[in-house]
Write a protein that binds this ligand. Sequence first.
Ligand code: IPD
Ligand code: CA
Ligand code: CA
Length: 262
Amino acid sequence: MGTYLETAIDIARESGALLADMYKTPLEISYKRPSDLVTEADRRSEALIIERLYKAFPGHAVISEEGGGQRIQSDYCWHVDPLDGTTNFAHKFPVFCVTLGLLYRDEVIAGVVYDPTREEVFTAEKGAGAYLNGKRMSVSKNATLSESLLGTGFPPFDHRHDLNIQLFLEFTRRSHGVRRAGSAALDLCSVAAGRFEAFWELRLNSWDMAAGCLMITEAGGRITSLLGEPHRIAPVEILASNALVHEEMLPVFREVLGKSSA
Ligand code: IPD
Ligand code: CA
Ligand code: CA
């Protein structure tokens, strides 16, 4: 395992332990926008991660959700979500994680997602596979949408709620069901681990998806836009799957998005 990943795992474990501690105590919630929460836990986890990354890799850039980070010119850039699943965390619904993904130029080369409530560490390195607690992960081999379990997320800063609900309805009708668990990074890991056949969201940020996307491609999955175009790590929509149900899902997006004026 490379030094980048090893260091990222240590940092994710440390910040995950901090989150698990803070989860037990009452927290003050503030709002970035309506329904877009932030807590002291997001800020303290971010401060810890950034300090550790600076110490380990002083020449690397860091982009982190709460605005901390070092926006220097570098071929190496860490995309960090210090607490993915803030709304769950604030309501004491135990589905949240820490995620760090390292990009070299435009490509994710290492990533970690740590879920402290289940003690699950998801890791991936470009060309070296994806792992859950050290065990190799593969996407599911199920090729039929009607036998699939799917995941989705509703971005708090995107108001196309009708479109989300329409897609939710269409895929609920065509599958074993759709889960909206509230942590995109964990949703992506669920595809990589073969728990979900696919996941989609109308808009994610780079810090939500960098590590999770590498898990999926390294576990044999496929990622595109909702219309099947090439995917990039940027604030964009995403369809991530086990590759086998992808083609069956794309026409549903084309139909629903085609009808929508959003
Ligand atoms: C959110 C979660 C959620 C997804 C949102 C994200 P946050 O991240 O990943 O599942 O639907 O789009 O913004 O705010 O909890 O870090
Ligand atoms: Ca997030
Ligand atoms: Ca976050």
